[in-house]
Design a protein around this ligand. Structure first.
Ligand SMILES: NC(=O)c1ccc[n+]([C@@H]2O[C@H](COP(=O)([O-])OP(=O)(O)OC[C@H]3O[C@@H](n4cnc5c(N)ncnc54)[C@H](OP(=O)(O)O)[C@@H]3O)[C@@H](O)[C@H]2O)c1
Length: 296
């Protein structure tokens, strides 16, 4: 693996951004992170990341962003409304010929595939987003790819399902007693451990000739119900009550229902075989206990 980048810039430096930043720092590369608040800036400083005060929603602040010869990890989500991603549009608008990065690695979502009736889904499947949330993600992908084709800069799109890890479990929801769909009504859902995702981002950032798109999933889909049951068991609290899909339509929130409206099994072969990612947590049985380890 090789990367000509002189430094690293994390755009959207939250949970995964910090994890990737630590991998980069351990490899000896300095890391800058976009911070839109004093709170985020202080958090980054404590982690050894140099904060740059920029808000992607404020195009005037973006002119301070120098990414020439840097490796950029773009992890900022689109805004909460609309079907486009103005943050990505603002970002690429400052990447002129005198300010070109060596590569951009984008986190997108497997939501762009839409409803797949439980089928296995490879990167070859045409996107078919069913929600505005997924349409915004696809719009971000397309904006970045168009920019990349014009400017001949390498980009890698990582399509990611539900992220779990230490501090990223639905503990609050489980303790609230909110119901889940009964197992037989629950569609397939897919996950990736946060540390495996960070590792995949890092490898995508430094691979000699990465492909354009990778699914970053653990390759062992189960159901949302199975996930909640396993987390409840490890927390030592009662499993949530199960409801039918009909009852769920009345009792589950809109956001949860939109996730449960789609069923797909995400194929991760390209990630493992082409990018060479070796997953530390290939399924929930391996990954969930690590979320409770003192140093996991
Ligand atoms: N959670 C999941 O299951 C899941 C699944 C698929 C994909 N994803 C996506 O994966 C990506 C990484 O996830 P994560 O857990 O690391 O997310 P995260 O912790 O929420 O981090 C996102 C970061 O983006 C920054 N950001 C948001 N709007 C910004 C703006 N206008 N200008 C500058 N920075 C901005 C946030 O800054 P502040 O710190 O200032 O808020 C935050 O640091 C996100 O895009 C997420 O939506 C998540």
């Amino acid at each position: 693996m090789n990367c000509a980048a002189t430094d690293v810039v994390v755009v959207g430096c939250g949970d995964i951004g910090e994890r990737v930043a630590q991998l980069e720092r351990a490899a000896g590369r300095p890391v800058r992170g976009l911070a839109r608040s004093a709170f985020s800036a202080e958090r980054m400083r404590r982690s050894g990341i140099v904060p740059v005060s920029i808000d992607l929603d404020d195009p005037t602040s973006l002119h301070q962003l120098v990414v020439k010869d840097a490796l950029v990890y773009y992890f900022a989500p689109p805004p909460d409304e609309g079907i486009s991603d103005p943050r990505m549009i603002n970002f690429v608008s400052i990447l002129e010929t005198s300010n070109l990065p060596v590569r951009v690695v984008l986190i997108s979502t497997t939501g762009v595939y839409g409803e797949c009736a439980g089928e296995w889904v490879t990167e070859e499947r045409p996107p078919n987003p069913q929600t505005d949330r997924a349409r915004r993600r696809l719009a971000a992908e397309m904006t970045l790819r168009q920019w990349s084709e014009i400017n001949q800069v390498s980009t890698v799109i990582l399509r990611v399902p539900g992220i779990y890890g230490r501090g990223l479990l639905p503990e609050k929801r489980l303790r609230s007693g909110a119901p889940v769909l009964r197992e037989e009504d629950s569609p397939y859902s897919n996950r990736i451990h946060a540390d495996d995702l960070a590792q995949a981002c890092f490898i995508a950032g430094h691979h000699d000739s990465p492909g354009a798109i990778y699914n970053v999933s653990d390759g062992h889909p189960t159901t949302m119900t199975d996930f909640f049951f396993r987390v409840a068991d490890l927390l030592g609290i009662p499993r949530p009550p199960e409801v039918t899909r009909e009852q769920g339509c009345r009792q589950l929130g809109e956001g949860m229902l939109s996730y449960l409206a789609e069923s797909k099994r995400i194929d991760n072969r390209r990630l493992r075989e082409e990018l060479g990612v070796e997953l530390m947590y290939p399924d929930l049985r391996a990954g969930l206990p690590s979320c409770f380890d003192r140093c996991g």
